[in-house]
Each structure stands twice: as C-alpha cells, then as structure tokens.
Design a protein. Structure first.
Length: 260
C-alpha cells in the first residue's frame, strides 16, 4: 500500500499529463508496490482535483467488461472511471487530435438513469427498471501514461476515459433486446471491428449492476440523470489525425466523431 505522499506524487504526474497531453511515468513504474486500492484512490484524487478546477462529474465509465480484455489485463473483474461534463460530445463532433496523447475509440452503449441505484444486491432487472434511455455511443480512450501499462496504471488513469460521443437513436431499455445490439465500426471507409453487446458480461446492463454493487459499500449511489458507459464489445481502434470513426448500430442508428 502506498503512502499518501506517494499517491499525491502519482496524482501530480497524471494531472500534468492531462494538462500537457504528454504521457507521463506509469504509477506502477514509480511505485512497484502499488496495489489496486491505491490506483482507485489515485483516480478519485485526480477526479477531486478536476472538480476543484470547475469540471462536473456526470457519470461513470466501465471498462474491461469482456473476458478477453480481463485475461489480457490479468484481472477477473471490470474497472471504472469518472465521466466529466467536458468529455460529453455530440454525434459528428470534430475534436482536436492534439487534445489527446494516443487516442483510441470503441463502440458502446450508454445507460441514462431515471432512478437511483445503490448496491449491494443490484441485478439486471433493477438496472432495466432504473434506466430511462440507452444511447448508442463512441468512447474515446487515451493513455496518459507510457507503455507497458498494467491494470494499476489504467485504473489510476481514470480507466483511460477521454471522451464520450452520444448519437444514434436512443431507445427505452425494454424496447429492444440489448444483448443483440450490434455495431459495425468504421475508420474512414474501412470496417475495423464488429461485435454485439452480449460481449459485455452477457448483457450490457450487468455492467451497470456491477458498478452499483462495487460502489455501494463506499456510500456512492448512481444518481438519476447520470450517464453510465457500459463497456466496449469490440477491440479499441486507433485514431490518427484526420480520421473519421463511425459506428453503425443498425436499427439504433449511427454515431461518428472526427479527429482534426
């Protein structure tokens, strides 16, 4: 377990990378004895600093929701980070490439809550009942630390959260079988990835249930109006300057973002 001074050193390094868009040292490189509890504490401290700078927390993102990604990261559960108001973008947004270190993108479903969710004991039906809309989305992820990253580094780096693009056709959770929502993911005119939402813990709502149950013991409630990004069901796709990334969700419409 790290000392408070060591945690604050990692926080300062991450905040500097947020400011300069230059990757900094990995927390696991700075402090080889780091534990996952340290990483979440560092992420929370970075979030507190961003709120103090004027940003607002508008929800959470959940990552590593597929078995393949968990195996690659040598963990057995997802991770989470914070979504801030300045990360929320509209369909077709043009974002400066220089606003990121090494951006990648993923197609996901965003759950917008109408009722609070507090764990433990939250299940799939509870999430469906508490959800007002499910929105096709693209998540922009970024690495503010150098390779080779470990799970400690990704968690400390806010789960790599860097942007969320909302678009397509929002649906009520009961109006579609969310397990079978699919996406064809294009970079410019070429298909890069395809997948279906069942790849997220068998049902994307289960990612929201996991988060509510994970945060419940700490007294944190998922609040009405908050955005919950449920996790990718494809591999991440690299984005270069000038690229347009386009996710076609079929009957649920499409969402796109361009790096300029």
């Amino acid at each position: 377990m790290l000392t408070d001074t060591q945690r604050r050193e990692a926080v300062a390094s991450l905040l500097e990378s947020h400011r300069t868009k230059v990757q900094g040292k990995r927390p696991s490189e700075m402090f080889p004895d780091i534990e996952i509890e340290d990483s979440y504490a560092i992420s929370s401290m970075v979030a507190e600093a961003r709120v103090a700078e004027g940003q607002m927390i508008v929800g959470h993102k959940i990552g590593l929701t597929s078995k393949a990604m968990q195996a690659a990261s040598k963990i057995d559960e997802p991770d989470y980070g914070y979504l801030f108001d300045d990360l929320v973008l509209s369909d077709g947004a043009k974002v400066p490439f220089e606003s990121f270190c090494v951006p990648r993108v993923e197609p996901e479903l965003t759950f917008i809550l109408k009722e609070p969710l507090t764990g433990p004991g939250v299940g799939l039906v509870d999430v469906m009942r508490a959800t007002e809309w499910v929105v096709p989305s693209i998540e922009i992820i970024d690495a503010r630390v150098t390779e080779p990253r470990r799970i400690f580094d990704t968690v400390a780096d806010n789960g790599a959260a860097a942007g969320i693009v909302l678009g397509g056709r929002p649906v009520r959770p009961e109006d579609v079988d969310l397990r079978w929502v699919g996406a064809v993911f294009y970079r410019n005119s070429e298909i890069e990835e395809t997948g279906i939402a069942a790849g997220v813990l068998g049902h994307p709502a289960m990612a929201i249930a996991w988060l509510a149950n994970k945060l419940g013991p700490f007294g944190t409630t998922l609040e009405p109006g908050q955005l919950m990004l449920s996790g990718s069901f494809t591999r991440p796709v690299w984005a270069a300057k000038g690229d347009t990334l386009h996710a076609d969700f079929g009957p649920l419409g499409a969402v796109a973002v361009q790096f300029v």
